[in-house]
Ligand binder design. Structure first.
Ligand code: MIC
Ligand code: SF4
Length: 641
């Protein structure tokens, strides 16, 4: 039996485990990336492990999320990360150089290599045939130290593309179509390989839009073959030597095969508040639009920006619309500027934002009250934009421009002829905003700069043989990490200050949660399906841990979050019978006994002391995960070992 692309890379990087679906495998990691919102914590963890130098082929620290320095906090954290990077052998991408995923794709990613990043959109690298995965900061810290990255061996899905996209339909519409087909939980436990004749019509930035947004399917990662199109892209970046060809074997076996016909695909739009709430743009025709945002790691490549500039050229946006454009990297921005396209964007009335995440993570540019915002981003979770009652829709750059020009949701095909976009053969290479680390021999002399915002890392507790605690919160399905630990301009500066962050925990669901959890001392959270989807932020585990949450019981978990819970020493359990979810209410007193024995058997029996119900909970932990939980989290476990 042949191998899929992902299986080939896994086989080449397998440290332990066997490649049977569902079993735990340990992978050697070639590259890591961090961004600043998760990076400070990741480097504090790296420091705690006491290692001198990263052991990866390349590790890069990006500053792209918290660039709105409305107080000393972010600037202090940036200086901290810069100094840690210099000392420990990590490349440092300065603020302004661009969004981690865009820059990594342009300058550092390599086909066939493994990459983990403390950001859920790390799979962007799959656009050039990397096995690129999002992970919690602690897992990235361990990988930087040369440790393996553990995942559950995924199933393999294949999406075959047929035909060719028509004008005004683009890669983003393919992402939205697969979300419509599979939903935000449809990719859990799988790697999606993109293939078929249709991929030959897609350039690397288009492929990267698709692998980027594969994250919203909940999959482990997404990947394209590395072919002549990949070679051309790497060549244009002066990196042809990094090219290796990668394709699946003809007899590779997939657990699911989906076909998408590009010839018949139409412009799509994801409605509030979920990326899989997808309908045809035409069906919302005439909906008034207040704000349009173009950019984010999904749609900020030079190709996207040139399309936007060409469509805006000589036109003015509607006075009722506020349009922002954030190019993905310094390379994109300076090439836009050199060719004059930037002037076309500015002349239309758009506001230029810096090359960073910006509005995507609620770092400014929040919509007006009850505003309708069309964004080329990847997430439209409730409240994420910074305006609680805004309606955020996800669209392609083409649909975004159509809305900015008309003031309402408009099928972009009504804009007339699609101008021809000529991509340059050679890109402008200027890596001056990437700082090299200090040489190992002299690294000792580099001082680490710590600001007052960096608070001590909270210590987790060991999972004991019994737990008696009250349910501090019961939530429904598809709870995102933005619900658990919101971001945005007011909260993000405190990512290295867990006590301060804790005041906002579950703020989207129930503002009284932090107080209640603190009063209870120890408590249990109950959730529905796909709990913890979205961002990789380990803060969504560390903050509940700080507030005394000892167990989370759900119908099912998202991949990165369940790993973060275990790393934080919180025991994640799932209902054996999903209906038992109804047998627990907020405020109920629960007792779990013989936990250790239950962990070995795979089932723990919970007694609801309030209503007398007995409920079976599944806990299929590997020996390693059991040891981590018993040690009180990955940091404690790593120190012990
Ligand atoms: C996001 O898009 O939600 C973020 C902000 O990039 C997160 C990381 C974070 O919370 O810092 C992610 O996707 O992992
Ligand atoms: Fe940044 Fe948004 Fe991409 Fe997250 S999804 S990395 S916030 S641009």
């Amino acid at each position: 039996m042949g191998y899929t692309i992902a299986q080939k890379i896994i086989k080449n990087h397998l440290i332990s485990g066997d490649m049977t679906v569902g079993s735990e495998i340990a992978l050697k990691i070639d590259q890591t990336l961090t961004q600043d919102a998760t990076g400070t914590m990741a480097y504090l963890e790296f420091e705690t492990m006491g290692l001198k130098r990263v052991k990866t082929e390349k590790s890069v620290a990006y500053i792209d999320h918290n660039t709105l320095q409305s107080g000393f906090e972010n600037a202090d954290d940036h200086r901290y990360i810069q100094s840690v990077a210099k000392k420990h052998g990590i490349y440092f991408s300065r603020p302004g150089n661009g969004i981690c995923h865009q820059v990594h794709l342009e300058r550092f990613g390599k086909p066939g290599k493994t990459l983990i990043g403390s950001d859920s959109h790390t799979p962007t690298g799959g656009g050039i045939g990397m096995l690129a995965m999002g992970a919690g900061g602690l897992d990235v810290a361990v990988a930087m130290g040369g440790g393996a990255y553990y995942i559950t061996m995924p199933k393999m899905y294949k999406v075959n593309l047929k035909g060719k996209l028509r004008p005004f339909v683009s890669a983003k519409d393919i992402s939205l179509e697969i979300l419509r087909i599979l939903s935000v939980k449809g990719g859990v436990g799988a790697i999606i390989e993109w293939g078929g004749e249709g991929i030959k019509t897609l350039s690397v930035p288009e492929r990267a839009t698709i692998t980027n947004m594969g994250t919203e399917l909940g999959c482990t990662t997404s990947i394209f073959p590395s072919d002549e199109i990949t070679r051309e892209f790497l060549k244009s970046q002066g990196r042809e030597n990094d090219f290796v060809e990668l394709k699946s074997d003809d007899d590779a076996v997939y657990d699911k095969v989906i076909e998408i016909n590009l010839d018949t695909l139409v412009p799509l739009i994801a409605c509030p508040h979920s990326p899989d709430n997808v309908v045809e743009v035409a069906s919302l025709k005439g909906t008034k639009v207040d704000q349009v945002c173009i950019g984010s790691c999904t749609n900020s490549s030079l190709l996207d920006m040139l399309k936007v500039a060409a469509l805006l050229k000589g036109k003015t946006i509607k006075p009722s619309v506020s349009l922002s454009v954030s190019p993905g990297s310094k390379q994109v921005l300076s090439m836009l500027s050199d060719c004059g396209a930037l002037s076309d964007i500015l002349a239309s009335g758009a506001r230029l934002l810096e090359c960073a995440c910006g509005p995507c993570i609620g770092m400014g540019f929040s919509p007006n009250s009850a505003g309708v915002s069309l964004r080329t981003f990847n997430r439209n979770f409730e409240g994420r934009s910074g305006t609680a009652d805004a309606g955020v829709y996800l669209v392609s750059p083409e649909t975004a421009v159509a809305a900015a020009l008309t003031g309402e949701i408009t099928d972009p095909r009504l804009l007339g002829e699609m101008p021809e976009i000529k991509m340059p053969k050679v890109f402008k290479i200027d890596d001056t905003a990437v700082l090299n680390p200090e040489r190992e021999e002299t690294a000792e002399k580099v001082d680490i700069l710590r600001g007052p915002n960096i608070k001590p890392f909270p210590t987790s507790k060991k999972v004991l043989d019994s737990l008696n605690a009250e349910v501090s919160l019961k939530v429904g399905d598809n709870i995102t990490t933005d619900h658990i630990m919101p971001a945005g301009a007011k909260i993000l500066p405190y990512r290295s200050n867990i006590p301060h962050l804790s005041q906002f925990c579950f703020g989207v669901c129930d503002k009284s949660f932090p107080e209640r959890a603190k009063e209870l001392g120890e408590s249990i959270v109950v959730g529905g399906i796909n709990y913890g989807q979205g961002s990789s932020r380990e803060h969504a585990a560390l903050v509940p841990m700080y507030l005394g949450v000892r167990a989370v019981i759900t119908k099912s978990f998202a991949r990165i979050h369940v790993a973060n819970l275990i790393n934080a020493g919180i025991i994640p359990l799932t209902f054996k019978n999903a209906d038992d979810y109804d047998k627990i209410n907020e405020g109920d007193k629960l007792s779990l006994n013989n936990i250790y024995d239950g962990m070995d058997k795979g089932i723990i029996v919970l007694k609801n002391e309030t209503n007398g119900e007995e409920i079976e909970l599944v806990c299929n932990f590997t020996d390693r995960q059991k040891s981590i939980l018993k040690a009180g989290g990955l940091l404690a476990y790593t120190k012990e070992n």
